[in-house]
Design a protein around this ligand. Structure first.
Ligand code: PRX
Length: 634
């Protein structure tokens, strides 16, 4: 059993044993190497760790910034590196994915078996006319077929657009329409707390309004009767039993800069935007960050407890672990089902060595007390991780003490859908401060600055900026390159810096402390939602004339949503209507977007140009000083 970590003041120092084992033993040295020559640094990593069908001409092409390109001229496919190449080595017989369903059913896929399934499904996609550049929407629960579907799309060169299974009709419909997907892959239902989430019914509602969809493939998971539209809907298992499902299907040769996927995320205003990632740079960025930060070894059992429907799952359930030939564990259901020790039981059962989850899950499990984790042998764990929102020091310490037994360093990773991979994060060799993501990953230069771009003083709040490009960065917003420039690169266009949209402070040791979003993005239980989406869901109800949504701090979920509505003539405020409006948002958007309260108001604070001043609403609700209201109309 490993030694306990050393703690001095509020700093946790890694034990010599952790450092000796780690891939990266000296953070400063590697960081300096990347700073000295960024292109050489990434070029060396890309050449040493992946197979390219054709090498690149240029590592980093900055000629059309901020439309940066990486590994230009190279030919590659991420699936070749994630699956195909492992078929030639002993990795072929290693577990790629160990799965446990909520009901306790289990399945294991070796690299060979996963390759077999993905290849067969890829040939089915091809037979349906799916080809390079097409978009395919995937809307499923957390089951292996979700991963198989994503990888099959990438194998044939189509972009997957995964919509989180917790979203609902309107969210799904909007994403299908925006991406113009002709194929949707879903399942009959998903298990959650012993109940069926009727994904196929929701898909039907969304697809019936989207004439663009020609085919729907349905995985049978929950087994209840579902409607199958003749000529449009096909069972996955029927297709996979056809002779054309070829286990030797070829892998499409892609340009390094060809799109791999789009993933919708909420921005400052308007509709969610389709963040686009590519085969080459994303592959290099995700695999390298996972290897160095979570120090992945051949014998590890890696559990990223996120959902594949969000970027965390894309990067660190699906792609990076397979690229490294690692073994992943995936669990379908809720952490508290049937009892609040389900996760701890799973760790003991599968001897999980690394657990990566969100602060909201830790806070949720913490509420049930220490007796639940104490019942299980958690001694297999060697590293822990956190992502999605700032982790409060109490939750950090509980995670550290009760789950990690003061032996397991916690990697608090800051990153975004847009960044593709970890940006600010410790590595096992870096001393930790609870609540700080510590230092930038090698090759990433960050600062905390004021409006004009001057570095703010130590411990003062400012805007987080990233000063250089990185391989796994988003390339654009699909169909809206102007918005890409506007949203991320316009605030500091002179300096050429990327604006993530977070406020932060930097302490005297250069450690970064994320404070929160500076825009109208609300993080609820680590999920990223836009006020605009929630407001348009509210306004889609016949009783609502105008609506505003804000996030209010919450001990458990990080933030909760509060809605404010102005009713149309003929409607009267009532508790019943307030409930109905909350349920309406839940139905349109999904349970995570359901406001905790919906209040009736007769006016909303607005600027003279008509923009709702959510900051003022928030301050009012929190009983704070409303600040500068010079632009407020009334
Ligand atoms: O505000 C930051 C917060 O999550 C935002 C990105 O959300 P999303 O694109 O959904 O990706 C989440 C998973 C990578 C960021 O702008 N955030 C993410 N990780 C952290 C965090 N805030 C504080 N600490 C983190 N470790």
């Amino acid at each position: 059993m490993a030694e306990k970590q050393q703690m001095v003041g509020e700093v946790y120092y890694p034990t010599p044993e952790v450092i000796t084992q780690a891939h990266i033993k000296n953070y400063e040295a590697v960081y300096a190497e990347a700073q000295a020559d960024l292109a050489a640094f990434w070029g060396k990593i890309a050449a040493a760790n992946f197979e390219w069908f054709k090498p690149w001409e240029t590592v980093l092409d900055e000629s059309n910034a901020p439309f940066y390109k990486w590994f230009t001229g190279a030919k590659v496919n991420i699936v070749h590196n994630a699956l195909d190449r492992h078929q030639r080595t002993a990795t072929r017989n290693k577990a790629a994915l160990i799965f446990e369903g909520e009901a306790g059913d289990t399945r294991t896929y070796t690299y060979q078996q996963l390759h077999y399934e993905v290849s067969k499904f890829a040939s089915i996609l091809r037979s349906m006319g799916v080809k390079k550049g097409d978009r395919v929407t995937i809307y499923m629960g957390r089951i292996p077929e979700l991963m198989i579907a994503m990888l099959a799309c990438a194998k044939v060169g189509a972009m997957h657009s995964v919509v989180y299974g917790g979203f609902s009709t309107e969210a799904l419909h909007g994403r299908i329409e925006d991406s113009q997907s002709r194929l949707v892959i879903t399942c009959d239902g998903a298990w959650l707390r012993g109940e069926i989430v009727p994904l196929k019914n929701i898909t039907d509602e969304a697809v019936n309004r989207s004439p663009v969809v020609e085919n729907v493939i349905v995985v049978k998971r929950t087994g209840q009767d579902v409607h199958m539209e003749h000529g449009r809907d096909h069972w996955y298992h029927d297709l996979m039993a056809l002779d054309i499902a070829n286990p030797n299907a070829s892998t499409e040769v892609m340009d390094a800069e060809d799109p791999l996927f789009i993933l919708y995320t909420s921005g400052t205003t308007g509709r969610p935007k389709a963040i686009l990632h590519t085969h080459g740079g994303y592959m290099v960025g995700t695999a390298t960050t996972l290897k160095w930060v979570f120090d992945i070894k051949p014998e590890d059992v890696w559990w990223c407890a996120a959902d594949p429907g969000w970027i965390t799952g894309h990067s660190y359930i699906v792609y990076a672990p397979l690229l490294l030939g690692a073994t992943s564990f995936m669990y379908e259901g809720a952490p508290t089902h049937p009892y609040p020790d389900r996760w701890w039981q799973l760790i003991a059962k599968y001897r999980v060595t690394i657990l990566y989850t969100a602060p909201t899950a830790i806070r949720g499990l913490m509420r049930f007390g220490e007796a639940w984790p104490e019942k299980h042998d958690l001694s297999s764990l060697r590293l822990l991780g956190s992502v999605g929102e700032p982790i409060n020091p109490e939750a950090w310490k509980w995670y550290y003490r009760v789950i990690g037994k003061e032996r397991c360093p916690i990697m608090d990773t800051w990153w975004q859908t847009e960044t593709g991979a970890f940006m600010i994060t410790p590595m096992p060799c870096v001393p930790l401060k609870p609540g700080s993501g510590t230092r930038p990953f090698p090759g990433v230069e960050v600062d905390v600055v004021d409006e004009d771009g001057n570095s703010v003083k130590a411990n003062e709040e400012g805007f987080l900026v990233i000063k250089n490009p990185w391989p796994s960065m988003l390339r654009t917003i699909l169909g809206d390159p102007d918005r890409y420039v506007q949203q991320y690169w316009s605030r500091y266009s002179e300096q050429g810096w990327y604006l993530p949209g977070d406020s932060a402070r930097k302490d005297e040791d250069g450690y970064i402390w994320i404070i929160g979003r500076i825009d109208d993005v609300i993080k609820v239980s680590g999920y990223r939602l836009g006020t605009a989406e929630i407001e348009s869901a509210l306004v889609s109800h016949p009783a609502v004339a105008e609506a505003a949504a804000i996030g209010i701090p919450d001990e458990l979920r990080g933030n909760i949503i509060k809605g404010f509505v102005i009713l149309r003539q003929g409607y009267e405020p009532s508790d019943k209507l307030s409930h109905e409006l909350r349920d309406h948002v839940g139905h349109e958007m999904g349970p995570i977007a359901k406001p905790s309260t919906v209040d009736f108001v007769t006016s909303l604070p607005k600027t003279r140009s008509g923009k709702i001043m959510r900051r003022v609403l928030r301050a009012q609700v929190l009983g704070q000083d409303v600040g500068d209201t010079s632009t407020l109309e009334e």
